[in-house]
Design a protein around this ligand. Sequence first.
Ligand SMILES: Nc1ncnc2c1ncn2[C@@H]1O[C@H](COP(=O)(O)OP(=O)(O)OP(=O)(O)O)[C@@H](O)[C@H]1O
Ligand SMILES: [Mg+2]
Length: 449
Amino acid sequence: MAAPMPVALIDDDKDLRRATAQTLELAGFSVSAYEGAKAALAELSADFAGPVVTDIRMPEIDGLQLFAMLKGIDADLPVILMTGHGDIPMAVQAIQDGAYDFIAKPFAADRLVQSVRRAGEKRRLILENRMLRKAAEDAQENSPLIGQTPVMENLRKILRHIADTDVDVLVAGETGSGKEVVAQILHQWSHRRKGNFVALNCGALPETVIESELFGHEAGAFTGAQKRRTGRIEHASGGTLFLDEIESMPVATQVKMLRVLEMREITPLGTNEVRSVDLRVVAAAKIDLGDPDLRGDFREDLYYRLNVVTISIPPLRERRDDIPLLFSHFAARAAERFRREVPELSPEMRRHFASHAWPGNVRELSHYAERVVLGVEGGAAAPVPAQPTGGGTLPERLERYEAEIIRDALTANDGDVRSTIEALGIPRKTFYDKLQRHGINRGGYTARK
Ligand SMILES: Nc1ncnc2c1ncn2[C@@H]1O[C@H](COP(=O)(O)OP(=O)(O)OP(=O)(O)O)[C@@H](O)[C@H]1O
Ligand SMILES: [Mg+2]
């Protein structure tokens, strides 16, 4: 159970104060009542978690003055004004100045409760956004790899353990999931950071070029080789060699690479000279090279040589709890770059976070955040693809599809078990079994965490 939402109530009329407090308490709020603005100001601060409800006509400091002072404490504190008959023009002006709502006296209990509830929800989102933004800043300070889910915590722990060893690492993950970030961390967190981080995209270079790129050549080694050239491997000596898209490395090169990994030496083209290199190799693959069906013509021996340590980065849709934090980070960064306001997280955005399959993973999310900052994406959910993308066997894909459907249903029903089960049309036990199997945390979908 979440703690009840606090409400600050200020009214100099004792009877009205008591009655209003009672109404709000019956509706489930936790009310702090004050007989005047001074007493309230002494206690309210920028982290007050709920709305403020105040009478306008009060001796000393009146409700409008109080509203102005509260703006100084926290401009995002929702203030609801209770107004007597003659004060409505003033109240309308106050709304223009940013007051949340006004309620003309006498009012129905319902009207008040609804306004307070909406204001409270708004307040909750604002504080949550602030918290996320701060967490994103802190996270960025601690590590460029943002994420608070257990898998990401664990991943950082592993990186910390292995970064300063010379062990070669294979990083596996879908596009945009952070493979290069991981490779760079391995470099930065090791003594090799003084050397070069040399990235080579094995898929982007034609077969004829890749070997001279990797191993270098002497002048005249082949037609067109006019000058001696140091290869990337040698350039990375003392630092880190990042072989991106290793699955696309031509087979002939794979054989030579295997030799490099085993002997830690190279022979530039056009020479017989053997040069030793001090290397740490980090390779990245989008596919599971351990699977013979996916591996294709990728050499098994090279796979085993690279696979001393494999770091698998799960796709974003399998760590959805990291999405708000990542979004806040990218939105803040984009806002700074484009000189725009940092957007608040809206419920629509949250729905999009929860239901979208994110085939482009973190990169896609960062582009989404940029579009939101630029105002071209209001956060309204983009059409959800009929099927989450990504490969795998039919049963694996069906599993993923099922998990998506369950998440959608939970989102649509704010995590309410009964209505979610009804929507899905499955027995309660099956529902809970599936939650467990897919690692879905129902608590993450309730309106109030
Ligand atoms: N956990 C993370 N925290 C912060 N930023 C991240 C994280 N993961 C990825 N990014 C950012 O997302 C973008 C894509 O990450 P990266 O280039 O490392 O992905 P990749 O796995 O190498 O993708 P590809 O396979 O397409 O090359 C980059 O801008 C990167 O900084
Ligand atoms: Mg990459």
